[in-house]
Design a protein around this ligand. Structure first.
Ligand code: HEM
Length: 394
């Protein structure tokens, strides 16, 4: 497996995260040591590699705005609609309080039973054939089924729904635009239907949510539905896949978790730190400012490398070791501050239940090492396309 990791040499000009391959960590370390606040001329952007610098950025939305882009990719910059992730206070606060009404941790916790049923149905193939692709057969469909059900999308429409959400995170701008258009048209339809007959789903909840009697605009509901797909699907797929990668690389950790399943939540936190599904997010400087002696100018972009911050030795002792009992573990995998990931409880729950059921269902899971690992193609995400395993029923 080791030789499947490769690092690109001149990665300083990186545009899409996937250009870095599956081992960006030596590059991060080099940058953190030698040029932690790096100016990328080609992108007119600052790239930050230290934990504390990134905290400084997320604490000051009045200086570092989210308005232009979520992840730092140029394509996203063009379509900065009114969605939560791309707004600043005071509008951000209003939007966030509206959507949290429909997306509370309590609602999420109540979903456990249904998530277990979905996971079990996805493990059926492994039970019958003795092998699975942890990505294609589990990590990929799970979040999309869950979010489709939350949004009230009928099962027969799930495939096209997933296809659009994939197009939206595609590095190809043409695909991205096509995905957005089709998805929006679809949701417009759903919205009209729900307006006539409210149901017990998220879209209906959003239609009814209000702050001081002020409801969400229709375009804001559409923006939010789109955001849930973009922010929630690929990321959760990658978290489950990256947990698989870590458990393959550290079989002793997997063994310990099997013996004491109560270790699973802190192991998942360590996966989030060690192989962060989102490697960076972006901001735009809206007030000239200084950061550790560097002058940042209005209009410049700032890329916060979460993947690097999460291995900053100033914050995490022995950052290169995978320690499933690490405490504290204040990783930045879900961001920090006002934009802290709204879906974190859901992503954590899906991943926990996925591995609880995997370990319960199969007494042995062997990763197929003869198949080279292929990084996903993504602007901001870290994960693999496939993760083939052989399984033995318990
Ligand atoms: C925000 C990561 C899963 C919905 C964020 C941010 C990060 C992140 C880093 C902050 C970005 C920034 O500050 O610019 C992740 C990771 C996930 C995950 C690593 C999985 C392991 C989900 C899921 C959902 C979701 C499942 C919803 C279904 C959101 C939303 C925001 C957000 C709505 C914007 C919050 C705001 O702007 O106030 N996520 N996310 N995420 N995430 Fe997640």
């Amino acid at each position: 497996m080791e030789n499947a990791y490769n690092i690109k040499k001149d990665a300083v000009q990186v545009e899409a995260v996937s250009e870095l391959g599956l081992n960006p960590f030596p590059w991060y370390e080099e940058m953190r040591k030698n040029d932690p606040i790096h100016f990328n001329e080609k992108l007119n952007a600052w790239e930050l590699f230290r934990y504390n610098d990134i905290l400084e950025v997320v604490k000051h939305p009045e200086i570092y705005s989210s308005r232009r882009s979520r992840s730092g990719d140029p394509a996203m910059a063009i379509q900065s609609g009114g969605n939560l992730l791309m707004t600043d206070p005071p509008r951000h606060r209003q939007l966030r309080s509206l959507v949290t009404q429909a997306f509370t941790p309590r609602t999420i916790a109540q979903m456990s039973g249904r998530i277990i049923e979905i996971v079990d149905s996805l493990l059926q193939k492994g039970r019958e054939t003795g092998h699975m692709d942890l990505i294609a057969d589990l990590a990929y469909p799970l979040p999309v089924i869950v979010i489709s059900e939350m949004l009230g999308i009928p099962p027969e429409e799930r495939d096209s729904f997933k296809a659009w959400s994939d197009l939206i995170v595609s590095p190809s701008y043409a695909d991205l635009e096509r995905g957005r258009k089709e998805l929006r048209a679809y949701f417009q339809n759903v919205l009209q239907q729900r307006k006539q007959h409210l149901q017990d789903d998220l879209v209906s909840g959003l239609l009814q949510a209000n702050v001081d009697g002020e409801p969400l605009q229709e375009t804001e509901i559409l923006d939010f539905c789109e955001l849930l797909l973009v922010a929630g699907n690929e990321t959760t797929t990658n978290l489950i896949g990256n947990a698989g990668l870590c458990f393959d690389e550290y079989p002793e950790a997997a063994r310990e978790i099997r013996e004491d399943i109560s270790l699973l939540p802190s192991a998942i936190e360590e996966v989030l730190r060690f192989r962060s599904p989102v490697q960076r997010f972006g901001r735009t400087v809206v007030v000239d400012t200084e950061l550790d002696g560097r002058q940042l100018k209005v209009g410049q972009r700032v890329f916060c490398w979460i993947g690097a911050a999460n291995r900053d030795p100033a914050q995490f002792p022995d950052p290169g070791s995978f320690n499933i009992r690490r405490t504290p573990n204040r990783h930045l995998a879900f961001g920090q501050g006002i934009h802290f990931c709204l879906g974190a409880p859901l992503a954590r729950l899906e991943t926990k239940l996925a591995f609880e059921r995997l370990f319960h269902t199969f007494k042995d899971i062997q990763f197929q090492r003869d198949v080279p690992l292929e990084p996903i193609s993504s602007f901001f995400g870290y994960g693999v396309e496939h993760l083939l395993v052989q399984v033995q029923n318990a």
